[in-house]
Write a protein that binds this ligand. Structure first.
Ligand SMILES: Cc1ncc(COP(=O)(O)O)c(C=O)c1O
Length: 388
């Protein structure tokens, strides 16, 4: 007699990542041109690795404070005091296991079960699972193709109700590569403040912004008594995805309450990782600016290739390293396009619907790869489209 494994409703209904699904499908093939994952293809700079090695030699291998080592919290606070032009203190900072855990801490500490969380769509799919953890509901914030994939304040403010627990914003956006214009952001912050709703602003791509665009943080617009939580990470700016270190900035009273929460989750971030983070913040500006220029060259290569390919259109990426390409001109639906392109030509893209229904008719291309690979990929894409 076979016995069914006991499983919670949470795991049974947990959304699987559409990005992972494409990755798994691509495992069947050799020679795949992969535009799948959102991680810089650069190595972590040597001076950061060196700081971690030194910390290991110094036996920085034990439990440390839940909210982060003081030296890292101070370094993060300094970064924001300089950027926001107002004092940000170490007490405003909580260090976390990547931006992911910072997001979870943020959601857990402000949202109650049964409340609504407003979430960008198309948007980063991991928000959805995290909202489930707390038993809250997802309310999509539409970001429309017709508006050039720019979030409009009216679409946020119209959706705030008595039951809204938080608003998640993400600029520059994964998967869109587009940013929220600062006057729209100002209206959103003002409206959310008036209604007493917390904004959780995911700014993990804040450093990767291309010429002609300027990142405005929610933290620059809000009152000093913060009604917002800003989430960030070492992953993208310093090519440190596998180190798993991020942080959030919030009101000190709220941050203090997150310590016990974090104790029950992951206790603390490894101290040698935190000390590597201190080195990254102290000496990493040049690396980040080179990484951004390299991404800009790749962005330009993608834009030129899309322009040269029949049936494709693109709202030019302003930041991050994603192109959300309109494939409606090919007549195929997003999943069909992505699957057939992979099976026929060994190019891996992610269907836009992996980021919500509003991603229909689009595919996400991550250009965290060389210009040569981008060109090879587009040669194959053009050949594929000519067979449709
Ligand atoms: C929009 C967005 N937020 C947060 C994260 C989490 O990054 P990490 O946990 O590596 O800091 C990612 C990673 O892809 C992302 O794209």
């Amino acid at each position: 007699m076979t016995q069914t494994m006991t499983m919670s409703a949470l795991v049974r209904g947990f959304p699987a990542s559409g990005i992972r699904k494409m990755f798994e499908r691509a495992q069947r093939y050799d020679n795949v041109v992969a535009f799948t994952f959102g991680e810089p293809d650069f190595d972590t700079p040597d001076f950061i690795k060196q700081a971690a090695k030194q910390a290991l030699d110094d036996n920085q291998t034990r439990y440390v404070s839940n909210l982060g080592m003081p030296v890292l919290r101070e370094a993060i606070a300094e970064r924001y005091s300089a950027r926001w032009n107002r004092p940000v203190e170490a007490e405003n900072v909580a260090v976390a296991v990547g931006g992911m855990e910072a997001l979870l801490l943020a959601i857990e500490s402000v949202v109650n079960p049964g409340q609504d969380v407003l979430v960008p769509e198309p948007g980063y799919p991991n928000y959805l699972g995290q909202i489930r953890f707390v038993g809250a509901n997802v309310v999509p914030l539409p970001i429309r193709a017709e508006a050039g994939f720019k979030l409009q304040a009216v679409d946020v403010l119209d959706r705030i109700t008595e039951n809204t627990g938080a608003i998640i914003l993400n600029s520059p956006s994964n998967p869109l590569g587009r940013m929220i214009d600062s006057d729209e952001l100002r209206k959103i912050v003002q409206g959310a403040n008036e209604r007493g709703v917390v904004i959780i602003s995911d700014e993990v791509y804040e450093d990767i912004v291309f010429e002609g665009n300027v990142h405005t943080s929610v933290g620059q617009l809000d009152e000093p008594r913060m009604r917002h939580i800003v989430v960030n990470s070492f992953s993208k700016s310093f090519a440190m995805t596998g180190w798993r270190c991020g942080w959030l900035i919030a009101d000190p009273e709220l941050v203090a309450k997150m310590g016990p929460l974090k104790e029950g989750l992951t206790s603390c971030v490894a101290p040698f990782v935190q000390l590597a983070g201190v080195a990254a913040l102290r000496d990493g500006a040049e690396f980040t600016s080179q990484l951004t220029s390299t991404f800009q060259e790749r962005r330009d290569a993608v834009v030129a290739a899309v322009d040269a390919t029949e049936g494709l259109h693109l709202a030019k990426p302003e930041g991050a390293f994603y192109a959300f390409i309109d494939i409606r001109g090919t007549g195929l639906a997003a999943e069909d396009f992505a699957h057939r392109l992979l099976d026929q030509e060994r190019v891996c893209l992610v269907p836009g619907t992996a980021f919500g229904e509003l991603g229909a008719g689009h595919v996400r291309l991550s250009f965290a790869t060389s210009v040569d690979t981008i060109q090879l990929g587009f040669d194959r894409i053009a050949r594929f489209i000519s067979t449709i």
